[in-house]
Design a protein around this ligand. Structure first.
Ligand SMILES: Nc1nc2c(ncn2[C@@H]2O[C@H](COP(=O)(O)OP(=O)(O)OP(=O)(O)O)[C@@H](O)[C@H]2O)c(=O)[nH]1
Ligand SMILES: [Mg+2]
Length: 453
C-alpha cells in the first residue's frame, strides 16, 4: 500500500439511510473534492459547511451535502481528511467516489484509513485493533472494553513493564561496556529481582486472557437434565421469549435449540437440549446423543433438577459427570411443594432455586451465570485486559524469553548471552504496540477491517 496518495471510500454501511458519508484522506483531499462541490462558505478546518454536490462539467446539482474538513494532523488519519455527508442513497455515494477517482484519488483498501493513523504515529497497533473490535462489538460491554483499549489501556499497562525491561538491559549493557571501568557488574540477586518485576505484571496480563477471550467471543452454555424438569421453560426465560416448545409431556425437545443472549454484556450461546433418559424411539435417541455432545462441548452447563420430585438415577449421573466442570445446578419448580433438594450434600453449595413458571430465581440464576463467567479473576472495568489472541501469544512469548533469561542467569552464562534473551522479550512487547512489525503482519491485521475505516 502506498501512503502518499489520496484515498477514498464510502464510510457508512451499504444500503439506504438518512445520510451516507464518503471519506477522503491524503494531501490532495481538498483539491480532489473541490470540483464536485459548490459550497456556501469556503472550507475551514473543524467546520461543517453546507453546499451542493454538482456534476463538475455540467454544473448540475445532484444532492445537498455537508462537508467537513479535518486539517492535518488533527484528523482520524493525521492526514488531510474531507468527509462529504450526502443523502444516504447508494447511487449518490458511489457517484461521489467515482468523481473522486476521476480527480486522482484511489479506492481505499479495507482498514486503510486506520492503517494510516497507525503509520502516521497517531495511534499504536493495539489501539488500531481496538477500532476494529469496537466496530464489531455485539454488546455494550464489549464496546466499553474496546473503547478502553482504543484509549490506550493495554499500551499503558505495557509501557511501565517495558521501561523496567529496558532499565535492566541498560544496566547489563553498562556492565559489559565498562567492564574495565568502575561500573560494578550486576549481582545475580539484583538481576533476579529485576526479572521478577518484569514478569509479575506480564503474568497477570496473560491470565487476564481467559476472561478477555470470553468478553470477546462469549461462551456456550448447555442446559441439560432429565425430561420434563423445565429446561425449555428456563431457556425461554433466559432469552425472554417463547422460542422452545414447552409441553407437560416428557421428551418434548428432540433437537438442539440455540439462541444468543447477552448476560452482563457477555455474549452467550444458549443451547436447550433433549431430556436425558432411556430413549423411547430413534428420533429421541438421536436427540439424546446430541444432548450429550452439546454437554461435552459447552463451556458451561446448567444441570436442571425437578425439586418437586426425588432425584433419579439420571440426575445423579449428570451431577457426577459435571461435578468437575464449570456448571450450575438449578433446582427448578420451586413453586411446587416437594422434596427439598437444597440441603442434599451431593448438590453443589451454589445450587440456584428457580421457578421457570413464575420467574422466581431467574435474576439470581443470571447473576450466578455471570459470576461463574467472570471466574472472580478479573474485576470488570479493570484496565489492560488482553482480549486478542495475537496480543496473548506475544505476551506468552515474552514470558518464555524472560524464563530463558532467568535460566541463563542460573547457568551463569555471560551477560552478552543473557542480553539476547532480554532483547527478544523486548521485541515481543514491541510487536503488541507495533513499534516493530512487518508489512505481512500489518496487512493481516488491517485486512480484517471493513472498507472506509
Ligand atoms: N410448576 C412448574 N412447572 C414447570 C416449571 N418449569 C416448567 N414447568 C412445566 O413442566 C413441564 C415441562 O417443561 P419443559 O420446559 O418442556 O421441560 P423440559 O425439561 O424442556 O422437557 P423435555 O424437553 O421433555 O426434556 C411443562 O408443563 C412446564 O410448564 C416450574 O418452575 N414450575
Ligand atoms: Mg424441552
Amino acid at each position: 500500500m502506498q501512503q502518499d496518495d489520496t484515498i477514498v471510500a464510502i464510510a457508512t454501511p451499504l444500503g439506504r439511510g438518512g445520510i451516507g458519508v464518503v471519506r477522503l484522506s491524503g494531501a490532495a483531499a481538498c483539491s480532489v473534492a473541490a470540483p464536485m462541490l459548490r459550497l456556501k462558505h469556503p472550507l475551514e478546518p473543524g467546520r461543517a459547511v453546507f453546499g451542493e454536490l454538482i456534476e463538475p462539467e455540467l454544473s448540475t446539482r445532484i444532492d445537498e451535502v455537508i462537508v467537513t474538513y479535518f486539517q492535518k494532523p488533527h484528523s482520524y488519519t493525521a492526514d488531510d481528511v474531507i468527509e462529504i455527508s450526502a443523502h444516504g442513497s447508494p447511487v449518490v455515494l458511489q457517484h461521489i467516489v467515482k468523481l473522486a477517482l476521476a480527480s486522482g484519488a484511489r479506492l481505499a483498501e479495507p482498514g486503510e484509513f486506520t492503517m494510516r493513523a497507525f503509520l502516521n504515529g497517531r495511534i499504536d497497533l493495539a489501539q488500531a485493533e481496538a477500532v476494529r473490535d469496537l466496530i464489531e462489538s455485539r454488546t455494550l460491554y464489549q464496546a466499553q472494553v474496546a473503547a478502553q483499549q482504543l484509549g490506550g489501556s493495554l499500551s499503558h499497562t505495557i509501557q511501565p513493564i517495558k521501561k523496567k525491561l529496558v532499565d535492566l538491559i541498560a544496566l547489563l549493557e553498562a556492565g559489559i561496556d565498562f567492564a574495565d571501568d568502575d561500573v560494578p557488574i550486576l549481582l545475580e540477586g539484583t538481576i533476579y529481582g529485576h526479572l521478577a518485576e518484569v514478569r509479575a505484571p506480564l503474568e497477570k496480563l496473560a491470565s487476564s486472557f481467559a476472561y478477555g477471550k470470553i468478553v470477546q467471543q462469549g461462551l456456550t452454555l448447555a442446559i441439560v437434565g432429565r425430561p420434563n424438569v423445565g429446561k425449555s421453560s428456563l431457556f425461554n426465560r433466559l432469552i425472554e421469549r417463547d422460542r422452545a416448545i414447552v409441553t407437560s409431556e416428557p421428551g418434548t425437545t428432540r433437537d438442539l435449540v440455540t439462541e444468543s443472549v447477552a448476560i452482563g454484556g457477555i455474549p452467550l450461546r444458549l443451547i436447550d437440549t433433549a431430556g436425558i433418559r432411556k430413549a423411547l424411539d430413534e428420533a429421541e435417541s438421536i436427540g439424546i446423543r446430541k444432548s450429550m455432545e452439546a454437554l461435552a462441548d459447552a463451556d458451561m452447563v446448567l444441570v436442571v433438577l425437578d425439586s418437586s420430585q426425588p432425584l433419579a438415577e439420571e440426575d445423579f449421573e449428570l451431577l457426577a459427570q459435571t461435578a468437575e466442570r464449570k456448571s450450575i445446578v438449578v433446582e427448578n419448580k420451586t413453586d411446587v411443594s416437594g422434596h427439598d433438594l437444597h440441603g442434599r450434600t451431593e448438590l453443589k453449595a451454589t445450587a440456584i432455586r428457580t421457578s421457570a413458571l413464575t420467574g422466581d430465581g431467574i435474576v439470581e440464576l443470571r447473576a450466578e451465570i455471570l459470576r461463574q463467567v467472570q471466574g472472580g479473576a478479573n474485576a470488570r472495568g479493570e484496565l489492560g485486559i488482553v482480549t486478542n489472541l495475537r496480543h496473548q501469544r506475544l505476551v506468552e512469548q515474552c514470558l518464555q524469553a524472560l524464563e530463558a533469561a532467568h535460566h541463563a542467569v542460573n547457568q551463569r552464562v555471560p551477560h552478552e548471552m543473557l542480553l539476547l534473551d532480554l532483547y527478544a522479550s523486548l521485541r515481543f512487547l514491541d510487536e503488541i504496540t507495533g513499534s516493530t512489525t512487518t508489512d505481512d503482519i500489518l496487512n493481516l491485521i488491517f485486512g480484517t477491517f471493513c472498507i472506509g475505516k
